[in-house]
Design a protein. Sequence first.
Length: 259
Amino acid sequence: MSGERTPRDRYVTIYGRMPVAEALEDTTVPLARVFVADTARGDAIERIGAAARRRGVAIERVTEARLAMLAHNGRHHQGVAADIAPPGLDALGPFLTQRRGRRHATALLLLDAVHNPSNVGMIIRSATGAGLDGIVVPHRGTAELGPLVLKASAGVALRATLLRVDTAAEAVTQLRDARFTVIGLDGGHPDAENLFVAELPERVVYVLGNETDGLSAEVAAELDGRLAIPLAGGVESLNVACAASVLAFELARRRIATA
């Protein structure tokens, strides 16, 4: 059902012996459970098991196939994965239920087929640092929330407000139902307004498109408006993470100016 919370919406899964061991040693990382392949053996596995027991984290023995599915990586999990439960990670639906009504000014980012984990991590870091209310990260078509995203975010993903939904198109539907204006960052479009002078709504989601192809046709068809970052020196476009940072801190600048 649209907007319904699912158990996997509550977790980020990391994998590999060293990342899991380091997470177990860091008591600030909110670990929910550790998965160990039933074929995994050795001193490193024993140390991971002992660390999990010290922290009271449940250990599950699973098949190699199950572990590969949980890690979304069949080659590099090294027989170990772990679920992290960041407090700000949730399905989009429950978040919107808490913010019903026009009185709740809210600015979100929506990732539309942003494939590169480094870009996703850097977007999360910039948006959180600028004080945006959340980042919508669809399950399908967007880089999986995992070790590479966590690393690129410098750990910020563990405390950011990250909202899960199946697809970017489904996110747009839910956000429209919750009375959000949908604006795409689309510098190549002739109707795009200059970000630095455009009037921006208080209840809005800004959509960031794919690194190569930009906004998907399905999402672009539903936009209420487009924004462009003015560029000089013959530069045609910015990396999506850089563009997200410019947008996020322009919103922060406006918020401070009107406080």
